[in-house]
Design a protein around this ligand. Structure first.
Ligand SMILES: NC(=O)c1ccc[n+]([C@@H]2O[C@H](COP(=O)([O-])OP(=O)(O)OC[C@H]3O[C@@H](n4cnc5c(N)ncnc54)[C@H](OP(=O)(O)O)[C@@H]3O)[C@@H](O)[C@H]2O)c1
Length: 311
């Protein structure tokens, strides 16, 4: 674990972090800057530039690439830009995500949570995999809410992932028996997509290391921003300070340390799902079935193939 920011990060390793402008991603980008160059992939150029300057002032090196993960053409252009940078890539952290509290669609008419949380990260991963050297890390920030048996998620109102198919998910259609809370099925299904991707790609591409992290409920991030200013205030200033004391809860700083440890690990571990303290955990019975995760990946690829590549 590294809390110290080295004034001279090793120049031979580069880490890509998506969604570095807030919460878990921001803290992880700062942490990773002690281990090499960081490529900051986000949608807000000004906030990316601000973080780039902050990392520079700490003696690190960062480069920004703009991408909107709800727009697959934008994601593909970002992947091309990253490759063009010609940096020695050591790892990709798929962290960007949203939790809309209701059905919302992208500019192209697809489900916003499913596209931003699963399709966009899947597309950037597929575009970058051929450019990653042997042993490089790909880590997805996942969530235990995909598991209908996970007690804290059920208490919060989740009923697990409700996957029918990738196409149905893009249309915002979920398997019956889901949550009474708007947006919960979309979020849980999108996060199951992340975990299925890790488990299937770890089998498919053993030369790389694909791992998943459930960061824990992290009220100090801005993921719950859709719930409004009062909930956001309480989350940040009341719940987050007690998070280190509560089982299954965490803070952006602690999540960043777990993620950095997994991303910089020299162990050959691949296909592992880690909990908020960095201990191996299990996903839902559904996602653990290799036939299911292979199907999610195959259907995601087929769906993405229907979207025009940028000219
Ligand atoms: N917080 C939790 O309790 C919790 C629990 C389990 C898993 N997670 C996962 O942790 C990850 C990080 O979330 P967080 O809790 O740190 O939330 P956060 O503070 O809201 O950070 C989310 C990040 O994703 C970026 N993002 C959102 N939509 C985007 C888009 N369309 N294109 C590009 N970037 C986009 C945000 O950018 P902007 O700054 O521009 O909005 C921000 O940098 C997510 O994958 C989430 O699902 C969180």
């Amino acid at each position: 674990m590294t809390e110290h920011h080295s004034p001279r990060p090793p120049a031979d390793r580069t880490w890509i972090v998506t969604g570095p402008t807030s919460g878990i991603g921001r803290r992880t980008a700062l942490e990773l800057a002690a281990h090499g160059t960081v490529v900051l992939v986000g949608r807000d150029p000004e906030r990316l530039a601000e973080l780039e300057r902050e990392i520079g002032s700490l003696g690190g090196r960062a480069v920004s690439v703009v991408a909107d993960f709800s727009d697959l053409a934008s994601v593909r252009r970002a992947a091309e830009r990253i490759v063009e940078l010609g940096l020695p890539l050591a790892g990709l952290l798929n962290n960007a995500g949203v939790f809309p509290l209701g059905p919302r669609t992208t500019a192209q008419g697809w489900d916003l949570a499913y596209t931003t949380n699963h399709l966009g990260p899947f597309a950037i991963t597929e575009a970058l995999v051929p450019h990653l050297p042997d042993g490089a890390h790909v880590v997805f920030v996942c969530s235990g809410v995909e598991d209908p048996e996970r007690r804290p998620a059920v208490v919060a109102g989740f009923r697990g992932a409700r996957y029918l198919s990738a196409e149905a998910s893009a249309r915002g259609e979920w398997a019956p028996g889901g949550s009474a809370k708007p947006g919960y099925d979309a979020y849980a299904t999108s996060k199951q997509g992340n975990l299925a991707t890790v488990l299937a790609l770890a089998r498919e591409t053993p030369r790389l290391r694909f791992n998943a992290v459930e960061p824990g409920f992290t009220p100090g991030s801005r993921l719950g921003r859709d719930a409004g200013p009062v909930v956001s205030f309480v989350s940040r200033y009341v719940l987050s300070p007690i998070a280190p004391l509560v089982r299954y809860w965490s803070t952006p700083g602690r999540a960043a340390r777990v993620l950095t440890e997994v991303l910089t690990s020299e162990s050959g571990a691949t296909g592992v799902y880690y909990d908020e303290r960095g201990r191996p955990m299990l996903g839902s019975a559904q996602v653990r079935d290799p036939a299911f995760s292979d199907r999610v990946v195959a259907e995601t690829r087929a769906l993405l193939a229907t979207v025009d590549h940028p000219g």
